[in-house]
Unconditional design. Structure first.
Length: 572
């Protein structure tokens, strides 16, 4: 994939957003001290600060004190003139509309024990609405919490003509690879911006953020994507801009991407890059990417690149799209990812791959990654992407105990598993179920040039016709032929592996593709299991010292019998 990195500094922000913000930030230097009963200090320890609560109301008055509901201010412009510090609370009236932006500068920081809090009081969420500006912008600041807000772009022109402006921008361009700390974003809705819904941006070497929590966030109709964490890409760099970045219980949907082939991948749901130790869990991405026609890489529901120790788990990514020839997938570990994992996820109905392993030429090394105990249903709806797909220089990675089902889309012929030419070094594929449902569909397409590939104890079937397996452009129709041709699947002694899919999965075979499309994920999960494949999986921990965590996609104990079952679902 290609990647476009926007350079943003506070000077450019001020130039872009006008004299009002220049005036507001200039007045921060005056040194306003608030009355209050708590005496706390800035992180630098140089300035005494008395903690205070500030209130804003649609019926407020900027000439008032602003320190109680009865003396609330009216505008964020007034708030921006106030120096904020540890323990300060900014409280906006619920249901009220406030014209943004809200700006928190490098002179305003909370502390480890007492962050700055921006939130809502009363009923409903306070709305911050803006034209051609971020709703909330923080610059080189830390120890800040944002809660219970609704951030909205007020569009005055077509979205394609708007600038690259995100709803909530968290920026660090400090010199010296500085890690700013503790940003909390929860119960926030972000809608309609020309950039990202939420952007966490390290913008100077490996300066960035550590300990960021994004939880219960809903981002939609933001042109470039929902949630984006990024840094300055440098293949030769050591280390990462961001550390301990967690996105949980969030929804990112209908973020369209840009109708411009030169902009790189836009329109993704949730993206982590330049992150060490990150997690995306219990989140959902759908309907994203439908305008993106980039020639450099496309959108994906949930993915990571140029990162280390990323876990993507217990998520649902579905019906994501692309307007071009690339991507539109469910989940992806992409260029420069190491020591990372996709597990317990469901991918369904995406244009691209359900689970993608991809490496691009100028990325850092891609190695030691895994996809396990995931479910894919009818991915590869466009451009014949494999439901599970690997391309580029993929090293020392694992694909095991996944369940894959794919039937024929309106156009194209996606295989259940595809390894592109010269793509893998020391990849192992174990204990999976790959089911096609279409006369011409491939259950596996393994192109030439794989090095040290090992495939064992996988079931391949086609409930819509004869079995189709391809090895180095040679098509065969039986597992015995595939084993002889490839020297793979040599450990499979049981005849159950050779049985037709219609025999092993009769309830699924009895339904048409249209009927299958109306079934729930839970229904399909159980229909894609077979008693005849129970206990046939390899014990990967015993044989290869692979830590399987002993749980299936539902969190149930695996194995639950004398051996591991095939696929993502362990039978009772």
């Amino acid at each position: 994939m290609g990647h476009n990195h926007n350079k943003r500094t506070i000077q450019r922000f001020l130039k872009k957003f006008g004299a009002v913000i220049l005036l507001s930030l200039a007045m921060l230097t005056v040194g306003c001290f608030s009355s209050g009963n708590r005496d706390v200090s800035h992180a630098q320890g140089a300035t005494q600060h008395f903690a205070q609560s500030y209130y804003l109301s649609e019926k407020g008055n900027d000439q008032a004190a602003g320190t109680s509901r009865s003396t609330a201010w009216r505008t964020l412009e007034r708030l921006n003139r106030q120096i904020l510090g540890p323990c300060d609370r900014i409280q906006l009236e619920g249901g009220g509309f406030f014209e943004g932006p809200l700006v928190i500068d490098s002179n305003e920081k909370g502390s480890r024990v007492c962050p700055i809090l921006v939130t809502t009081y009363g009923k409903g969420k306070a709305i911050i609405g803006v034209k051609n500006k971020p709703a909330v912008f923080t610059y080189n600041s830390e120890y800040i919490s944002f809660r219970n807000l609704d951030l909205q772009a007020i569009r005055s022109q077509d979205i394609k003509a708007l600038e690259n402006i995100s709803g909530l921008e968290i920026v660090n361009d400090s010199p010296g690879n500085v890690q700013l700390r503790n940003i909390l974003i929860e119960d926030i809705t972000v809608h309609g911006f020309s950039g990202y819904g939420i952007l966490v941006d390290g913008n100077n070497g490996k300066s960035g953020f550590t300990h960021v929590r994004i939880s219960r966030v809903n981002t939609s109709e933001n042109s470039r994507g929902g949630i984006e964490v990024r840094g300055q890409f440098d293949k030769a760099a050591r280390g990462y801009a961001h550390h301990d970045i967690f996105v949980t219980d969030s929804i990112s949907h209908d973020n369209p991407g840009l109708d411009n082939p030169l902009f790189g991948p836009t329109g993704s749901g949730i993206v982590l890059s330049d992150v060490q130790n990150g997690r995306v869990e219990r989140s959902e991405a759908y309907g994203n990417g439908y305008r993106c026609n980039s020639l450099e890489g496309g959108p994906v529901g949930i993915w990571a690149w140029d990162s280390d120790h990323i876990t993507i788990q217990n998520n649902y990514s579905h019906n994501n799209r692309t307007a071009g020839r690339l991507d539109g997938g469910g989940f992806d570990l992409d260029g420069g990812v190491t020591n990372s994992l996709m597990r317990y996820n469901i991918s369904r109905g995406n244009d691209g791959a359900g689970y993608l392993f991809a490496q691009f030429p100028i990325a850092r090394k891609f190695s030691d990654n895994a996809a396990r105990y995931n479910l894919s249903i009818n991915d590869g709806r466009r451009n014949s992407y494999g439901a599970v797909y690997a391309f580029g220089n993929i090293e020392n990675s694992l694909i095991y105990n996944n369940t894959i089902y794919i039937d024929s889309p309106a156009a194209g012929k996606p295989p259940a598993l595809r390894l592109s030419k010269d793509s893998t070094q020391a990849m192992s594929i174990y204990n999976n179920i790959f089911i096609a449902n279409g006369e011409d569909l491939l259950s596996a397409d393994i192109e030439e040039g794989q090095q040290d590939l090992r495939m064992e104890a996988n079931y391949f079937g086609n409930i819509g016709g004869s079995l189709n397996l391809k090895w180095k452009d040679i098509l065969v129709h039986t597992l015995a032929e595939f084993k002889s041709l490839s020297n793979q699947e040599r450990s499979m002694k049981r005849t159950d592996f050779n049985k037709a899919a219609r025999e092993l999965f009769p309830s699924l075979a009895a339904k048409s593709p249209l009927e299958i499309s109306s079934l729930s994920n839970a229904q399909l999960m159980t229909m894609l299991t077979s008693e005849k494949l129970k206990d046939l999986g390899l014990d990967l921990q015993k044989m290869f010292n692979i830590d399987t965590q002993n749980k299936d996609i539902r969190g149930k104990v695996a194995p639950n019998g004398v051996g591991y079952d095939l696929g993502s679902y362990e039978l009772p």
